[in-house]
Design a protein around this ligand. Structure first.
Ligand code: GLU
Length: 296
């Protein structure tokens, strides 16, 4: 369990699949303002483990934009691609404990038999007791159970899930051998000693999986806050890959003020002319209680 005297360490962990857009600026903003208000540290981690989704030059562009927007991170930037051996160590530990198994099902086979859950299809456990051996095209799944996983989100309030019925045993290493996001993020937050996660509500449905994994591994519990999603005209979440709403690093104040308003905060006074002045004022005035709990 996290000790109450653990220092505040927050983070922003963009995937380099495109330029920073307004939706990711909003998440970065909320986690940075919250960390600063708590006199905490703030870590920048580039979630570049999913190489097929990584776009060349995107990480550099995100870093450039964050710099232009006045974000300052502690320590050097962390890169998921440099942590593969640490993820593998954890996977080995889970294998040794028989907490995982090899899954030979294809996506197509699962879609024929599985019901839809809150976060994709609910895996019916077909391979659970089959004792399949690893090979080049098999995923690894974690065994879930009917335990109620719950947490109190600082924006959305009480949230709980029964993973067995809502998602089923989920993948921790994909069939293409890439560590799944759910496992990588848990190991990363542990290695980075993160105490507070503030991120977009698209990940609200992943949080119980991450709490479950962290619990299995004996990691400290984290505080979570999810921020409302920015939706495009067709009602979809903005995504980096569709190049939606890029933010302009040449006019940072405009986008920062828009993010501030989007997060339901009170107005910034007109004397604010620079990003430094903006952050000074935003740090003092930031109120997570004002962030609207809108979930599309
Ligand atoms: N890399 C993830 C994304 O860009 C975010 C990970 C996280 O904040 O947990 O959607």
């Amino acid at each position: 369990m996290r000790q109450s005297n653990h220092p505040y360490i927050g983070r922003f962990a963009p995937s380099p699949s495109g330029d920073l857009h307004f939706g990711s600026l909003v998440s970065a903003f909320a986690s940075y303002a919250d960390a600063r208000q708590h006199f905490g540290q703030w870590i920048l981690r580039i979630d570049d483990i999913d190489q097929p989704r990584t776009k060349s030059g995107a990480a550099e562009s995100i870093i450039h934009t964050l710099n232009a927007f006045g974000f300052k991170w502690n320590n050097s930037i962390q890169w998921q691609s440099e942590r593969i051996s640490q993820y593998e160590q954890v996977i080995q530990e889970l294998k040794d404990r028989n907490a995982v198994y090899i899954c030979a099902c294809s996506r197509k086979e699962i879609s024929k038999i599985a019901a839809s859950g809150v976060d994709g299809m609910i895996y019916p456990g077909t391979c659970r007791d089959q004792g399949h051996k690893e090979n080049s095209s098999r995923a690894i799944r974690i065994r879930t159970n009917s335990e109620r996983i719950y947490f109190s989100d600082r924006v959305f309030g009480h949230f709980e899930q029964n993973l067995e019925t809502l998602s089923g045993d989920f993948i921790i290493r994909r069939a293409d051998k890439i560590t799944a996001y759910q496992l990588a993020v848990v190991v990363d937050d542990y290695l980075d000693q993160v105490s507070h996660v503030v991120r977009g509500a698209d990940l609200l449905m992943s949080t119980c999986k991450q709490i479950y994994l962290g619990g299995l591994l004996g990691y400290p519990t984290l505080d979570f806050a999810h921020t409302p999603l920015v939706i495009n005209k067709s009602g979809k979440k903005l995504s980096k890959s569709d190049r939606a709403f890029p933010v302009n690093p040449d006019t940072p104040l405009t986008a920062l003020i828009a993010a501030w308003r989007f997060l339901g905060q009170q107005d910034i006074t007109p004397h604010v002319q620079t990003v430094e002045e903006f952050w000074d004022e935003a740090t003092t005035k930031w109120s997570i209680q004002k962030v609207p709990a809108d979930y599309p």
